[in-house]
Design a protein around this ligand. Structure first.
Ligand code: PMP
Length: 323
C-alpha cells in the first residue's frame, strides 16, 4: 500500500520523538534468552511458553493480571497482590483453579527459577481457549503464566528532580462500565492516555473521571500535599486501590502525617505544595510540573522526599523470601 505524506510524517515523528523517549525515559524490563516462565503448572524456557491464538485473553483482553516487585530476595506484599487478583477474578466471574497459597508459591518458584534477587513479576491469568464469540462460558480452563524479569528503574534523576505531568484527554471509564478496580488485560484506555503523554514528551499524565475529578495517572496513583496535609482521590473517583497507595497510608500513619481521601479537580493539583505518584513499578516518585505549572518551587518537596526514602527502606526490609 502506498504511503501518504501524512503517514510518512507520522512515522518520522514516531522515530524522532517517541522512540528516543521510550528508550531514555521508561522502565526497561531486562529479558534474557534463558528466561524461565511458569505456565499452567510447569516452569519452561521462554521459547516454549506459548498461548493459543484462541485464548480469550488475546482475542478480547478477557483476563486479569498483577505487577509485583521483589527486592533483596523477597517479594513485596505478595499476598496483597494475590488477594487483589482473586477479587478481580471474582468480579469478572472467572473460576480460579488455584488457591491463594498455590499462586503465591508459583510466583516464588518463578523468581527462584530465574536466579534473581531484585526485579519485577508479571502474573497473568487469561480466560483460556474458547470459540471466536464473546461467550466466556465456552472457555473451560483459564491459563496462568508468570514472568520474572530484572527491571531498570526510571532514571534516578526522575526521583531526585521529579517528573512532569500533563492532563490526558482520555477519561477513566464511568462507574457504570468496568470498574477500575479490576486489573484486566484490557488496558487500552490507559494506553490511549499513555500515547498522549509520550506525544507531549512526558512520561506520566493525570486522568480525570467523567465528572472532571482527578482519578489517577495512566499507571500510578496520585497524591497531593497542601499545608503539610496529604490528599488522594477516593477509589470511587476512578482510581485503582493500589498496593503502593496502601503502603503510603501505613507510612503516613507511622510518621503522624494526616492523609485524607478527597475528590479533587485539576485546581487542587495546580495549587499543591507537593505532588507524588505511587505504583509497583514506579514506587514513590515526586512530580514537579503539571500542565506547565510548577508544583511548589518546582523541586521535590520535603514530605515527598521523605516518603521516597521511607518506601525504599520498607520495601527492602520485608517480604516473602524468593531465593
Ligand atoms: N493505577 C493503575 C491504572 C495501575 O495500572 C497501577 C499499577 N498497578 C496503579 C494505579 C498503582 O497500583 P499498585 O501500587 O498496586 O502498583
Amino acid at each position: 500500500m502506498r504511503k501518504t505524506n501524512a503517514d510518512k510524517c507520522t512515522n518520522r515523528e514516531l522515530h524522532s520523538i517517541c522512540i528516543p523517549l521510550l528508550f531514555k525515559k521508561f522502565h526497561t524490563f531486562i529479558m534474557s534468552d534463558t528466561q524461565q516462565i511458569w505456565l499452567d503448572g510447569n516452569i519452561i524456557d521462554k521459547a516454549d511458553a506459548k498461548i493459543s491464538v484462541f485464548d480469550h485473553g488475546l482475542l478480547y483482553g478477557d483476563g486479569i493480571f498483577e505487577g509485583i516487585r521483589f527486592y533483596s530476595g523477597r517479594v513485596f506484599r505478595l499476598e496483597e497482590h494475590i488477594e487483589r487478583l482473586i477479587l478481580s477474578a471474582k468480579a469478572i466471574h472467572m473460576q480460579l483453579p488455584w488457591t491463594l497459597e498455590e499462586m503465591c508459591q508459583a510466583t516464588v518458584d518463578t523468581v527462584k527459577a530465574n536466579g534473581l534477587t531484585d526485579g519485577y513479576i508479571r502474573l497473568v491469568i487469561t480466560r483460556g481457549e474458547g470459540g471466536l464469540g464473546l461467550n466466556p462460558y465456552l472457555c473451560p480452563k483459564p491459563s496462568m503464566f508468570i514472568i520474572a524479569a530484572a527491571i531498570q528503574l526510571y532514571p534516578e534523576e526522575n526521583y531526585t528532580n521529579g517528573l512532569e505531568l500533563i492532563t490526558c484527554a482520555t477519561r477513566r471509564p464511568t462507574p457504570g462500565s468496568l470498574s477500575p478496580q479490576v486489573k484486566s488485560l484490557n488496558y487500552l484506555n490507559n494506553i490511549m492516555a499513555k500515547i498522549e503523554c509520550i506525544q507531549a514528551g512526558v512520561i506520566e499524565g493525570v486522568m480525570l473521571n467523567e465528572q472532571g475529578y482527578v482519578a489517577e495517572c495512566t499507571g500510578d496513583n496520585v497524591f497531593v500535599i497542601k499545608r503539610g496535609k496529604l490528599y488522594t482521590p477516593p477509589v470511587s473517583d476512578g482510581s485503582l486501590d493500589g498496593i503502593t497507595r496502601q503502603v503510603i497510608f501505613e507510612l503516613c500513619k507511622k510518621a503522624g502525617l494526616e492523609l485524607t481521601e478527597k475528590s479533587m479537580t485539576r485546581y487542587d493539583l495546580y495549587t499543591a505544595d507537593e505532588i507524588f505518584l505511587t505504583g509497583t513499578a514506579a514506587e514513590v516518585i515526586p512530580a514537579v510540573k503539571y500542565d506547565q505549572r510548577l508544583i511548589g518551587d518546582g523541586t521535590p518537596g520535603p514530605i515527598s522526599k521523605q516518603l521516597v526514602e521511607d518506601f525504599r527502606a520498607l520495601a527492602n526490609s520485608e517480604g516473602t523470601p524468593c531465593v
